[in-house]
Write a protein that binds this ligand. Structure first.
Ligand code: PBG
Ligand code: ZN
Length: 325
């Protein structure tokens, strides 16, 4: 059948019928809000390349968490900026580390908020790489696994609901799963950054977390943006090792990967709408070049349509407000 018998516009004629045939939706309940936590008190530092995103001290988390819940956002992912960094990244697994303090505060004051923690070394190492270095400056995989496992366990001890390793070492999901299970945290799920690319879109995040590598780049562990089949292998390995949720990161330039991961594995799938994607939208909107609300909601819908079940996004609070209108 074809035109004129078929007329696609019949089902676009008014808002009611458009709503009835709508295939995809975004809900505040799909969103995870990243939070940057800094030492000190009364801190609320706006990140210059991420307007509207703040680094908060622990005492600001209760109000922030309650605001998120009131907007219908169920979860946060925590990133810590420690007081001091060292070669070993010891702040990552310190019992009174910045993220561990943040977890305790949130679980005590806003217990209904689901707390996910990013597990990586780069915010804590003086050199800014995601693990321990050998003499040549290469990240040592197997030594780093022990650090990641300790970090994940320390987050679980502090009360984290879920851990999310973002380092891209081989075998990290298995190492973290084994360590969590051995310490009695077999019910803490792992959201694996499974297909995480070596991306230019992380620039503003590295300002926010002060985690840019002091030399070189992350191409020795994060994925080559040219590769799609490799993302399937990475994801399959993480699932075999016990990942409960798999993630694709960044999101916008990797929509094909989100779709492939969802189709191939049928796993709960997360998309990380990263800092550079956020910064581009904010910059264009500030210049009056795009309608921020339309563009943000359209982009989030695109991630859902591509197969994402949940989205980590700095737009979460604005999006939740717009969705409620
Ligand atoms: C840590 C980590 C990064 C991001 C999330 N976890 C930075 C990186 O890999 O350099 C990026 C998030 C963003 O850009 O919003 N490894
Ligand atoms: Zn890292």
């Amino acid at each position: 059948m074809q035109f004129p018998t078929v007329r696609m516009r019949r089902l676009r004629a008014n808002a009611q019928i458009r709503r009835m045939v709508r295939e995809t939706s975004v809900d505040a309940g799909d969103l995870i809000y990243p939070l940057f936590v800094v030492p000190g008190a009364g801190e609320r530092q706006e990140i210059s390349s991420m307007p509207g995103v703040f680094r908060l001290s622990v005492d600001g988390l209760e109000a922030e968490g309650k605001e998120l819940l009131s907007l219908g956002i169920p979860a946060v992912i925590l990133f810590g900026i420690p007081e001091t960094k060292d070669v070993a990244g010891s702040g990552a697994f310190a019992e009174d580390g910045i993220v561990q303090q943040a977890i305790r505060e949130l679980k005590a004051k806003v217990p209904e908020l689901y707390v996910i923690t990013d597990v990586c070394m780069c915010e804590y190492t003086s050199h800014g790489h995601c693990g321990a270095l050998d003499e040549s400056g290469c990240v040592m995989n197997d030594v780093t696994l022990e650090m990641l496992a300790m970090t994940a366990v320390s987050h679980a001890e502090a009360g984290a609901d879920m851990v999310a390793p973002s380092d891209m070492m081989d075998g990290r999901v298995a190492a973290i799963r084994a360590a969590l299970d051995a310490d009695g945290y077999s019910d803490v799920p792992i959201m694996a950054y499974s297909a995480k690319y070596a991306s230019g879109y992380y620039g503003p995040f590295r300002d926010a977390a002060d985690s840019a590598p002091a030399f070189g780049d992350r191409s020795g562990y994060q994925m080559d943006p040219a590769n799609g089949d490799e993302a399937m292998r990475e994801t399959a390995l993480d699932i075999d090792e016990g990942a409960d949720i798999v993630m694709v990161k960044p999101a916008l330039a990797y929509m094909d990967i989100i779709r492939r991961v969802k189709d191939e594995f049928g796993m709960p799938t997360a998309a990380y709408n990263v800092s550079g994607e956020y910064a581009m939208v904010k910059a264009a909107a500030a210049n009056g070049w795009i309608d921020e609300k339309r563009v943000v909601l359209e982009t989030l819908l695109g991630f859902k349509r591509a197969g994402a079940d949940m989205i980590l996004t700095y737009h979460a609070k604005d999006a939740a407000r717009w969705l409620a209108e």
